[in-house]
Design a protein around this ligand. Sequence first.
Ligand code: IPD
Ligand code: CA
Ligand code: CA
Length: 261
Amino acid sequence: MLNREKAVAVEAARQAGRLLVDIFEHPRTIETKGASYNLVTEADRRSEELILALIHEAFPHHAILAEESDIVPPESEYLWVVDPLDGTTNYAHRYPMFAVSIALWQQGRPVLAVVYDPLRDELFQAERGTGAFLNEQPIRVSATTSLRQALLGTGFYYERGEPMRRTLRQIEAFFDVPIHCIRRDGSAALDLCYVAAGRYDGFWELTLGPWDYAAGMLVIEEAGGIVTDAAGQAIGLFSRNILAANSMIHKDMLAVLARTA
Ligand code: IPD
Ligand code: CA
Ligand code: CA
């Protein structure tokens, strides 16, 4: 059991969440990373500083991979993967949907996950082999058996080239099924937890960073769902794309994605 690691991850996510909420309504400086629509705020940086300090203090020999830091993780059996603010575009526009995502990976797979939505005070967590929880209550993926009854989530990365065009073709193909509907909430970490909690039946996104799904994928697996890349292959830290769903919907989504690849 990773009790100490879990306590540190939960504390870091809650403290970072409080910081994000505290400065949500304040005037903020919005900068860009490359493209004019790839945003970063002071909140991203301050949240990351806080989380990294707590992890480093508790586990000085563990490696850390965090979105806003150009650090090369030292060799270590344990790797923390941190997104200090998932949903920066939402945050910058004061659209109330964002989260803190903290995962611990061991030998190439996630073993501990915490995703915290501070506005709703919803804390998703999972430890490998022990189930998935939302605010301490066990969660399961949906029991929806047909794509025709599915609510799906998707996301658009910051690349507006071919992956974006492919995503738009895939959205069209899913509507042709026809499914119930598609949402784009703007926080991949939360999107994945929503699959785990049965709020979405499935989610896919064609370009992601490891910090976007490092925690959410474990929450889904521990909630009984399936997570692969968009071609149905096992997912790793640098897979870049993701397909997550309950086991029935997963194979049907895979077939639609294959038709529109
Ligand atoms: C983004 C969000 C968004 C997803 C993008 C991610 P960020 O993360 O998760 O939902 O569509 O691909 O990059 O930049 O807000 O941490
Ligand atoms: Ca992110
Ligand atoms: Ca981020």
